[in-house]
Design a protein. Structure first.
Lengths: 156, 77, 156, 77
């Protein structure tokens, strides 16, 4: 079994392998978020996707998200895996699992994790549509960063 | 020597995934400006910068031996 | 593969078997809730649990929850399985999976499903503690039903 | 004949998981009262009632052939 609870992979993600990292006697609730490749976005048809990551930094930032969750929800345990490379429609791109003693925290912390992934983890998606390709950025629909940097709040 | 890593649209615009530059020290902003002119990659203005895998501000000084990554708006998940 | 998307089982639950029922090209987000057997509740140590269900009605009520979700989130697809019988600490008692085009709906609908399970699905848990046993009721900490019935709102 | 199903603590209190009762019609409330007295199961007051797998109110009439289930506060999940 892999050492870390936060990793990038080129292979198919097994949901069970992520969940088993957070199962424990203290926890009664596990929330998982699974991101899959959607065929249509705003009417455009996706044929497949390509994910690229700055792998060592991405794993560091996923780990940081786990630390942030621990600070906000001390009883939580988190595991996150993100896939890179070629992904087809319905393939799993990301799995997040958070276990907590009670369910409200699991839902909130898991939601927090996916939002943070979209803010700080260096992973990029290239859409391959029927009529062309494009690197997608800025999924959170934030403004661009005038100074070429996110605010302190975004990063810490 | 400064190691520069490029990803996503920046990688395609420059045509390389990394560069080795002969600086002993340069600020993030100056390096961006230099690359923008040299490779005509305007979108580097939207990129965040990481030095040795941590996000850095525009006035941070990059030193010999550092690895600098330009990080276009991310889209994981 | 089993026909229904809502079922009661005496066997170990495979998370993947529930998730695969809601994966589809339209969906980009899947939220799953996994309920596991917790060892300590308010300082009391659980040795194991026993779940009992009124099986045909429980499956009907799980199906109803799926219908309720479809009414509130028309693009959602839901699957729910609940285990009965003897369960040990960390065993999975319930898995809910909801897929939607966008993530906010998946989280909300999945949360809705687990709350509704605790209101209307005829399943009971018997705690086997170190120092005795008890059928646990009223997890939602609602009042008892003076007329021996929940309100209309609870049931429809 | 009315088929009565008992679960959880009610099942243990009565010592059976089902009963067959010779009524042609009776309201939910009256049946509860009858069982409470006959088996001394006070907790039936906290139970919901289902007739043929659908929740029913106290004034609903149970008829010959119906299956009635008494449902203590549930604790699934």
């Amino acid at each position: 079994m892999r050492q870390s609870d936060f990793w990038i992979t080129k292979n198919t993600i097994s949901i069970e392998s992520v969940v088993e990292k957070v199962v424990r006697p203290k926890a009664g609730a596990i929330d998982t978020f699974i991101g899959t490749v959607r065929e249509f976005t705003k009417g455009k048809r996706t044929l497949f996707l390509e994910y690229q990551a700055y792998v060592p930094m991405a794993e560091k930032k996923l780990t940081q998200i786990g630390t942030e969750i621990k600070q906000q929800w001390p009883d939580a345990k988190t595991a996150i895996v993100h896939r890179i490379g070629h992904l087809d429609i319905t393939d799993i791109a990301v799995v997040i699992a958070v276990s907590t003693p009670h369910r409200a925290d699991a839902f909130e912390a898991c939601r927090y994790a996916i939002e943070r992934i979209k803010e700080i983890v260096p992973i990029w998606k290239k859409e391959h549509w029927e009529d062309g390709t494009m690197w997608i950025g800025d999924q959170k629909e934030q403004q661009t960063y005038p100074g070429g940097k996110p605010s302190e709040e975004d990063l810490t | 020597m400064i190691h520069v890593l490029l990803f996503a649209q920046l990688q395609e615009a420059v045509g390389k995934d990394s560069l080795e530059l002969q600086f002993t020290s340069i600020t993030v902003s100056d390096l961006k400006q230099m690359l923008k002119e040299e490779y005509n990659v305007l979108s580097i203005d939207q990129a965040m910068t990481a030095i040795n895998e941590e996000y850095a501000q525009g006035d941070t000084v990059i030193r010999d031996g550092d690895t600098v990554a330009f990080i276009p708006p991310v889209s994981g998940g």
